[in-house]
Write a protein that binds this ligand. Sequence first.
Ligand code: ZN
Length: 362
Amino acid sequence: MKKIKLLFFILLIFALNLYAQQLIKPKNIILMIGDGMGLAQISAGKTYKGLLNLERMKVVGLLTTYSCDRYVTDSGASATAMSTGYKTKNVAIGVDCNGERRKTVLEYANEIGKSTGVVVVCAITHATPAAFVAHVPNRNMQIEIAEQIAKEANTDIYLGAGWGWFLPKSEGGRRTDGQNLIDTLKKRGYVYISKPEEFYNLDMSKVNKLIGLFAENHPPYAPDRKPTLAEMTRKAIEFLSKDKDGFFLMVEGSQIDWAGHDNNSEQILREVADFDDAVGVALDFAQRDGNTLVVVTADHETGGYALVDGSVNDKKVEGKFVTKDHTGVMVPVFAFGPGAEAFAGFGDNTLIGKKIFEYLKK
Ligand SMILES: [Zn+2]
């Protein structure tokens, strides 16, 4: 009798444990990266916009961002830490410190039957998106990155820019190898669009896989971009959420970083506000869905941006910069939804990749 009681007790503990694990396992994961978005950038964005969507996320942490070989990371190394859980050297993409190819969370999500997407406001061959879908020793190998995207990656939806990297020079592109990789993608079942009107009028019920590239290389600064990051994020979530197995989506506010490199304080306000609109779209979905983890962070800070004066009433800041490059200061991470608690407190940027893998594997 005692033995039966003990067995029952063990089984009960086992069942409760399984139940608890189910509770924190998100079905969908949306990772949003504000490139170059440090605390000063967020403070400036809040002054400009008032209430940020970011404030809806109650779990907040701080991440170190150094790479294998540099205290101050570039976007390639930091995005690789987040996409694979492994540190790498500056400018490397999707490989570890020894140059060894490492699987990304997006690739793994594909493997286990989830749908996947990449939404950015830069060329999709640029460092951050590339680190989720390609593996090269140097981020400048955009010709090779485009080839890997077209021939090897299985991402279901790309929305961003950079069609020039996929077309030969003879067709207005940048490729000297004569390849038309847009044709390759079409043969693999992708619907290709390159004009905002096509984006707004697209009948998604007829789309299996989608690649939308809305500029030859990079689109302009906000608010001159069409479609906007928020519009593309909404479309991607609508599309991906049809998969009953769930999805992984990476969204990047790519140009917060460039405003930092330009030491353009006014543009930082616009880019952070634009990125925050997309965060709002993701959080609206996650709130309705109840089974979606949203993680928002930055790859590094850019500009050594500081707010030396400002006015909450006039929605203005006076910004100063100490560099035209990145800095090594910790970046904030915000999380919402099942599994969010793992991102509270101090951590390292590899935590993002490690935790997402863990949640996908459960
Ligand atoms: Zn940068």
